[in-house]
Design a protein around this ligand. Structure first.
Ligand code: SF4
Ligand code: FE
Length: 482
C-alpha cells in the first residue's frame, strides 16, 4: 500500500469510530471537536511531509521487514544513520507544528519490542519475535499510527504491583481464555491515543518473580470495545472552542493526552509479545525509555526553534531586536536548544546494532539528552517570557478587537514597531504564551519534565551506564595508588 497522505490518514482515523469522555460528555464526533482537531492535524503533518518533494527523502525509507518504502515513523532503525535521521525528522516536525505531533511513541515501542522479543525467544524458547515481525510488517504496509501504552497509574508508590489494594493499578493479565489473554487496568498520559489506529501495551517497570501477571506486552486496536478513553485537560484548552481563535496561540496544531482504561480486553496470542517473562520486562522498559529520551533530542528542539523564532520576531515587533542584551538572550536560547540537539544526534550516531539487527541508541547519551530536556526548555521559556514582556500575561482577548469601543483602544495602545500590524503582534504574543504557559506548555514543559520518565529516572540510568569504576581505576593507575 502507498504511503498515506494527511487527508487519507484523517479519514482512516475517522473510520475507527472512536469515542471519548470529554469535558463531562461522551463524544463520538472527535474529528469535529475543537479540542481534538488540532491534535489530529499535527499527526497528519507527519503523513503530508512524506509527500513533500523538499523533505520526503527524510521521511521515506526502505523497510527490510516488509520490503517496501515506509514512513520513517514506522521504521525499525537499521543503522546509526537511521537513528540520526529519526532525530532530524522529529526536529522538522516539532518546528513545523510547534507541538507534540504524537507519532513517535509507537516507533520507539516497536524498536524496543523488536530487539527484546528476539532476545527473550533465544533465552526462553518463546515465539514472540516472529509474531511481532508479522504484526509490525502489517503496520508498516498500512502506514498506521501506533501509540505506546506504558505508564500505569501505579497507586501507592511505596508498594509493588502485587501489593496494591487494587491489582488493576498496574495493567495485568487478569484471565486466560483459549487462544489468548484477558487484560485489565489503565494507562495514563497516553499521548495521541485517540489519533492512533493501534497501541502497544508495555509494562511500566521491571517486574520481579511473583509479578508475572504484570509482565505483559501486547498489541490492542484502539477501537476495541473494551477500551475506554477519558480526555486530558490542558491549560487554556477551551480557548480552542471560542469563535475568535486568535487567543489559542497555535491555531492549527496541538497535542493530545488521554487516560486509557482496559475493561477485560481479550488479546489473541498472535498479538502477545511478552507474557510473564519478568526478566525481560526491565529490558523492554529501559530500551523504550531510551529511544523516547533520544526522541526528545529532536521534537523538543523543533518546538524550541518555534519558540526562538517567535521570541526573535517579538523582539523585532517591540523595536528592541538590536539591543545587545536581547541579542545575547536569543543566543543563549539557541545555545541551549542546540545543546539538546547535539545530545540527540550524539546518542544516535553512537548507537549500536542489537542481536536482532535493529539499532539501539547509546543509553548513556540518550539519558543525558533527556536530562537536559528536563531543564533547558524551562530556561528557554524563561528567556522568551522576559523578552516578550508583561503583555504576555495581560493582553486583552481577541473578542474585544471587535468591540466598537475597546477595539480601537487595543489597536491604538498595543502598537509598537510601526512596521508591524497590531493584530500580528498579538498573534505572536499568543503563540509565545501558548508555549510557555498555555496548552502548548503541556507538550513543551510538563512533558519535557515527565515524558519518557522524570529526571530521577535519567539520573539512575546515567549512574548505571557511566562505568564510574573504570574512571576510578584509571586515576588510581595514573597516581600509582594500589
Ligand atoms: Fe514525539 Fe516528542 Fe510527542 Fe514524544 S513528546 S510523541 S517524541 S513529539
Ligand atoms: Fe512524550
Amino acid at each position: 500500500m502507498a504511503l498515506k497522505t494527511g487527508k487519507e490518514y484523517l479519514q482512516s482515523v475517522r473510520d475507527l469510530g472512536l469515542e471519548a469522555h470529554m469535558l463531562g460528555e461522551k463524544r463520538g464526533d472527535l474529528d469535529q471537536h475543537g479540542l481534538v482537531k488540532p491534535s489530529q492535524q499535527a499527526v497528519a503533518f507527519t503523513y503530508d511531509a512524506a509527500h513533500q518533494p523538499e523533505i520526503q527523502g527524510l521521511f521515506r525509507v526502505e523497510s527490510p521487514l516488509c520490503k517496501q518504502e515506509v514512513n520513517r515513523f514506522t521504521h525499525l532503525h537499521q543503522s546509526s544513520e537511521d537513528l540520526v535521521n529519526k532525530v532530524r525528522m522529529q526536529r522538522y516536525c516539532g518546528a513545523g507544528t510547534a507541538c507534540c505531533f504524537q507519532r513517535c511513541v509507537g516507533m520507539d515501542a516497536a524498536n524496543a519490542i523488536f530487539s527484546t522479543t528476539y532476545e527473550c525467544d533465544r533465552k526462553h524458547g518463546t515465539d514472540y519475535h516472529g509474531r511481532f515481525r508479522d504484526y509490525w510488517s502489517w503496520i508498516q504496509m498500512n502506514d498506521l499510527v501506533v501509540d505506546g501504552a506504558m505508564t500505569d497509574p501505579k497507586g501507592d508508590r511505596g508498594k509493588r504491583p502485587k501489593d496494591q489494594v487494587d491489582p488493576d493499578l498496574f495493567l495485568r493479565v487478569k484471565a486466560r481464555r483459549p487462544g489468548g489473554v484477558v487484560i485489565s487496568g489503565a494507562k495514563l498520559h497516553q499521548t495521541g491515543m485517540l489519533n492512533s489506529h493501534e497501541m502497544l501495551v508495555m509494562p511500566t517497570l521491571t517486574m520481579r518473580p511473583g509479578e508475572e501477571a504484570w509482565a505483559v506486552c501486547c498489541a490492542v486496536p484502539t477501537n476495541d470495545p473494551g477500551v475506554r478513553y477519558i480526555y486530558g485537560r490542558q491549560t487554556s484548552d477551551t480557548r480552542k472552542l471560542e469563535a475568535r481563535n486568535l487567543d489559542v496561540g497555535n491555531v492549527t496544531f496541538g497535542g493530545q493526552e488521554v487516560m486509557t482504561v482496559f475493561e477485560d480486553v481479550f488479546v489473541p496470542n498472535e498479538r502477545v509479545f511478552l507474557d510473564g517473562e519478568v526478566d525481560f520486562s526491565g529490558v523492554l522498559v529501559e530500551r523504550f525509555a531510551s529511544y523516547h529520551r533520544q526522541s526528545y533530542g529532536g521534537c523538543k528542539v523543533g518546538v524550541g526553534d518555534a519558540l526562538i523564532g517567535a521570541t526573535a520576531l517579538m523582539a523585532r515587533m517591540n523595536g528592541v531586536e538590536g539591543a545587545s542584551h536581547i541579542k545575547d538572550k536569543i543566543v543563549e536560547m539557541i545555545h541551549l536548544n542546540e545543546t539538546i540537539y547535539a545530545c540527540g544526534l550524539a546518542c544516535s550516531a553512537t548507537g549500536q546494532a542489537t542481536p536482532s539487527g535493529n539499532f539501539l541508541v547509546n543509553l548513556l547519551l540518550a539519558n543525558v539528552c533527556k536530562l537536559n530536556v528536563t531543564r533547558f526548555p524551562y530556561e528557554l521559556a524563561r528567556l522568551a517570557t522576559e523578552i516578550a514582556g508583561g503583555l504576555l500575561g495581560t493582553m486583552p482577548s481577541a473578542a474585544d478587537l471587535d468591540d466598537p469601543v475597546a477595539g480601537p483602544y487595543i489597536r491604538k495602545y498595543l502598537q509598537a514597531n510601526p512596521s508591524f500590524d497590531v493584530v500580528d503582534r498579538m498573534k505572536v504574543m499568543r503563540l509565545i504564551e501558548n508555549l510557555v504557559a498555555g496548552a502548548g506548555s503541556v507538550g513543551y514543559l510538563i512533558e519535557s519534565m515527565h515524558g519518557a520518565g522524570p529526571p530521577t529516572a535519567q539520573r539512575i540510568m546515567i549512574g548505571r551506564q557511566a562505568d564510574l569504576e573504570s574512571k576510578i581505576v584509571r586515576v588510581k593507575n595514573m597516581l600509582e595508588i594500589s
